[in-house]
Design a protein around this ligand. Structure first.
Ligand SMILES: Cc1cc2nc3c(=O)[nH]c(=O)nc-3n(C[C@H](O)[C@H](O)[C@H](O)COP(=O)(O)OP(=O)(O)OC[C@H]3O[C@@H](n4cnc5c(N)ncnc54)[C@H](O)[C@@H]3O)c2cc1C
Length: 388
């Protein structure tokens, strides 16, 4: 029989940025010793340690713009709040349009973002060139630029969160795999780790690209699916690139770190099963190198030093799932963030913590709740800028 000590109020499966930030908000409002975060790998072992660090507020849906805006404010004071400097550099995001329909998409988005009080601007081709002189590709119709967007270094965010959670007394168990989600009469009872049953009133599925597997353990089909994304870093070169640059067509994105490396990726189809694990492909190296050299011919001879990959957890409508799963009482989804979980983590998990505490949030439940998929799955994304 499990001892009383192993009965938690909330067990969070996944110690990435979503699980940790959820524990952070939750433990501020309840006994921190009643919250457990469990993760089968090490801090930053999942997508939270494998991403491009982009933090942007340029989105189509109002709710996403608001969440991202709040995250930017949180990350701007992260160093002061957590004592770890995440090197949040606000050099802006530049979205480029090459086709007429892309120009229309971006200009529509620009209006929505400006209505939220953000200083976004439309740049004509000359202004794009003035911002990033190295972008020499012909055919640029213009782009949107929001100077308060930026790039953050993911590791200090994870370290800061872990350090604060430990200080508060939240239990964190890394290298501990959840092998079962225990249920009784349509409700969750706890999780099984290394043969032991850990009881909990609430279980949160914050397993990112593995959330589908956690749902299977709970006997639930998943609404999200993992997709592998590759990313690379070049050798350091003299800083020249202020914003993160994004193109709509292939979701190409790249920025330059403070050390001078160009870091970026693009979307490719990967058909291998998740069972085969994470990998890097020659096809990606060639495609991404070509894309960088096409957009910025002057970097064509810069050498690539590293490449790696991670999982996005994609939802059908491009928006995350946050809240109790209507199919299993006490089982909460906190996944489906696609390629944007790092930038949406602080604000979206603040809402999730409220939901866990039985409170209402300022977000429309139709937008975030997992039960939006128990009816008909939408045919097209609601958030069309869920790319890159
Ligand atoms: C190449 C790439 C680039 C990206 N670029 C950006 C970007 O620029 N900006 C941005 O905002 N986002 C970006 N993202 C997305 C972002 O990284 C993710 O959305 C975010 O990190 C998700 O956090 P998470 O905590 O949900 O998942 P993760 O960090 O993946 O954490 C999930 C955790 O669950 C654990 N787990 C899985 N199964 C089990 C189990 N059975 N038992 C216990 N633990 C388990 C895993 O070990 C893992 O640590 C990018 C992602 C990739 C892959």
């Amino acid at each position: 029989m499990p001892s009383e000590a192993s009965h938690y109020d909330t067990i969070i499966i996944g110690g990435g940025v979503i699980g940790l930030y959820t524990a952070f908000h939750l433990s501020a409002r309840m006994d921190p010793r009643k919250v457990l975060v469990v993760d089968r790998t090490f801090p930053s072992g999942g997508a939270s340690g494998r991403n491009g660090g982009g933090v942007r507020q340029q989105w189509e849906s109002k709710a996403t713009i608001r969440l991202a805006k709040e995250s930017v404010q949180t990350y701007s004071r992260f160093g002061r709040d957590f004592g770890f400097n995440p090197w949040f550099r606000q050099g802006g995001y530049l979205f480029l349009a090459f086709r007429e329909e892309e120009r229309k998409t971006l200009q529509k988005m620009e209006r929505g973002v400006r209505e939220e009080g953000l200083p976004i601007r439309w740049l004509d081709p000359a202004a794009v060139h003035a911002l990033v002189e190295e972008l020499e590709v012909p055919g640029i119709l213009g782009g949107t630029y929001l100077p308060t967007d930026g790039v953050i270094h993911p590791f200090p965010v994870i370290w800061g969160l872990i350090s604060e959670l430990k200080r508060r007394g939240v239990e964190l168990r890394y290298r501990t795999e959840v092998s079962g989600v225990e249920t009784v009469s349509g409700g969750v009872r706890g999780v099984r780790v290394q043969g032991e049953l850990l009881r909990a009133d609430r279980v949160v599925n914050a397993a990112g690209g593995w959330s589908q597997q956690i749902n299977s353990l709970a006997g639930l089909p998943s609404f999200t699916k993992p997709t592998l994304h590759e990313i690379l870093a070049t050798e350091p070169v003299k800083p020249f690139l202020k914003p993160m640059v994004v193109t709509l067509g292939r979701g190409t994105y790249f920025s330059q770190t403070m050390r001078g490396e160009i870091v970026g990726g693009l979307t490719m189809d990967h058909s291998r099963s998740q069972r085969q694990g994470l990998y890097s492909s020659g096809e990606f190296l060639v495609e991404m190198a070509r894309e960088l050299a096409r957009l910025m011919p002057r970097v064509a001879d810069v050498r690539i030093l590293r490449c790696w990959s991670g999982y996005y957890d994609d939802s059908p409508d491009g928006l995350p799932l946050l809240g109790e799963d209507p199919r299993l009482k006490g089982f909460y989804q906190a996944n489906g963030f696609g390629g944007h979980g790092f930038m949406l983590a602080p604000s979206s998990t603040a809402r999730l913590a409220k939901i866990l505490l039985g409170e209402r949030t300022d977000l429309d439940p139709h937008w975030i709740s997992p039960d939006r998929f128990t009816g008909q799955i939408p045919g097209r994304p609601v958030e069309g800028l869920s790319l890159g």
